[in-house]
Every structure is written in structure tokens, then in C-alpha cells.
Design a protein around this ligand. Sequence first.
Ligand code: MLT
Length: 441
Amino acid sequence: MDGRGALMRPVPSLDKLGGAAGSPRADANPNPGPVSRLPTVEVTVYPYECDAYGHLNEAAYLTVFERARWEALARGPGADLFRRHGVWPAVRSASVEFLRPAFPGDVLAVDLRLESLGRTSLAMAQSAVRRSDGAVLAEARFTFVMVDPAGGSVAVPDEVAGAFGVRASTRPGEMVRYDVGGLSLAVDLRGDGPALLLVHGFPVDRTLWAHQVATLAGWRRIAPDLRGMGMSDAPDGAYAIATYADDLVRLLDRLQAKQAVVVGLSMGGYVAFDLVRRYRDRVAGLVLVDTRAEPDGAEGRAGRDAMIALARAEGSRAVAERMLPRVLGRTTQQTQPVLVEQVREMMARAPVAGVIGALGALRDRPDSTPLLPTIAIPTLVVVGQEDELTPPSAARALADAIPSAALTVIPSAGHFSPLEAPTAVSRVLAEFLEHARGYIR
Ligand code: MLT
């Protein structure tokens, strides 16, 4: 412990500081851009940071600004914000405007403003204002590029963008609507590269893949709401797994993607099997997450009928309440209350026509086990260690039946592993995708 924390504390935003109006700062930066959500912090100037003239020089200001950034992170989303997402903010450019000297013992209020957000980069500005007289002593500008451990640039994770004041939902390149044969699908689209189609399960929506969409750089991430779910159209009437697959092929056509690596979770896995069965040349690789190949037995089908009756009588929220304890792992239920509520609400807002349609499609889905020995494309089976619905033993059997498949078990996650352990799942996917890339035509 270096005692530094004791010399830093959050202060009100600079706009609220007494000296702001008419102060040099107001003149120095008339158009400051959105103030970040990170707190302004106070840093004290140490004697050892000062040069032969006894004050902070430009290089020393850079160090002080860096100190303030880490302190602001520690007091906000956590100093491990980047590490949590497997990225690092590499400084690509830095400039300091030296306005006035600072001396040992001066207390500087340092804020942090986001100037612009790119796909892989953040441009920020910081100001150092002397607490005692409100004078702006220095201004700095930095550009950071997110890099992965190999040094390659990657997309700015949504949580990182959010921490600096940008709401994920306002970011460009997010939800787009596509007409697929008279039906409108809501689709999250992000990035360039080979197509990666992410197919969610029941009864959730495309936001299941939020972390993967945000982080799997180098791929064109395509995460649709299946018909009847999320913000896609929800027609009345019968649905089938094949209908979902047909919608997705139309979507790939619209996006001019000849092939995609298909990632399917649970019901999304059933759809992925159907894509392999009927559109084999469109599938370049396969990730089967928390899913199985067998159809429902008699008991399972009766359970679907009971659930359809429940949805008709009491709506999607009743279905959500019935399913919630089984879709999330015990660790998630004990340690991630915010996520539990998020999943509850996601399931509860599913359109009732879509829920009923999906339950019929699940009940009547075909047996995909005969397909398994014929799968020769790169395939990864992923399962949450605490998945009760499609447990690790079932995932092992699935991986064993596919000649080209490997298996990965995600610790402390249940049936919705991409949401419950997003970083772990994204990392496993990133590794698999590097391998699969070589097989894409
Ligand atoms: C899902 O997550 O998609 C469902 O658990 C699928 C199913 O009930 O078979």
C-alpha cells in the first residue's frame, strides 16, 4: 500500500466546482463533449514528481493524468474493467497542453471526458484544475485502442463504452430490421469479416449474445431475434424449427453471406442442426451451446402442451417464472441477482404468440441424432457445468457422436452460459473461431 489512495478522493463534477463559471477552464474547453460516468478525482502533486524547477513538467503531467484515470476506474467500474473483458487499452497517441505549473502539495481535480468512440478505439480528454484557485493547469488528449493479449485490435466492449458514458443501445451498428419473406426480423449486426450467426434459445432474444456481439472482433456478428421473440415480428399460428432455419437462410441471403459459422444455444442448436440438415453448404462451422440432438419424448411433449396452456391462460411471465429456476445455474442464482432479474424480464416480455409457436416447434422437432456422424465441419460443443436442462453428460455424448467436435465445459454457468459467464464463453468462441477461420470458403 503506497498511501496514494488517502490522497485522492472523488469530488463533485467540475461544473459544480465554485470556480468553474468564468474560470480559465470554461474558456479553455468550451465544447467538452459528454462528461464520462467516471468520477472526477483529486490528486496531490508529490515533490518527487517535480523537476529541477520544482514543478510538474509535461511528462510528469502525463503520469499524473494516468494516475487519475486508474483511480477513477477503481472508484467506478473497477480497475479490472479491461482485464474482465480480456482487453487492454493501448495508448496510441497522447498530447499535453501545459498551461500553468503545479507545485508539490497542489491538489488537482482531474476529470475524464470521452471525445469520441470508434469500433476499437476511444479518444479521451482530461483537465487538471487546481483546487485552491480553479485555474486550469493542463489539458491532455489520448487515443486508446483496445487490444487483445496478442496485441491485435478488438472491439470496445459494451461495458467499457458504458463506463465512459456511452449507452450500448445508442452505439452505431446495433439493431437493424430485415424483411425475410414478409416477416421483419430484428438483428444486431456488428463488425467485419466472415459471418458469425448467433442463434438464441427459448424464450429469450438476441441480447443473450450481447457480450459475444461486442467482443468477437474480426467476425461479422449477426445476432437475430428469431420470429416470435424479442423485437422480431410474432405472427400467430404454427411455428417449426424448419421455419426458423428458413428465416435465417433468407437473412444470410439478404446480408450476402454465402456461409456462416453458426452458433446455436439450446433451441438455437436445434435450428443449427436443421441448417446443417437442409442447407449444409451454408454452414462453415458449428458451435452447439447447451443443447442436444434428441427430440422430446412422450413426457417432454406433454410438458410442452402444459406450458402452451399456461402461456395461453397466464401469458409469458408465467412461463418465465416456471422456467427461471432451471435455466440459470445455481452459482448465477446465488451470486448474480441483477442478471437473474434481467433474464426474468427478457423471458417475460417474449410475445405470447411467439412463446406458444416456439413451444409447438420444440415439441415437434425432428431427431437430429442421425445427422451427428455426418458432421465434418469444425464443431465445438459448449456446456455450462451447472446446466440442468442439457447437462455436461449430454454434451459429452453429443461431442462424442460428432467426428469433428471438441467439448468445453464452462465453470459456474447453467443453461444460459453466454449470459452467465460471458467472458469465458467469448474467449472459448474466439479460440475456436481462429481455428475455424482456416476452413471457411
Ligand atoms: C432453450 O433454452 O432453448 C430451451 O431450453 C429448449 C428446450 O426447452 O428444449
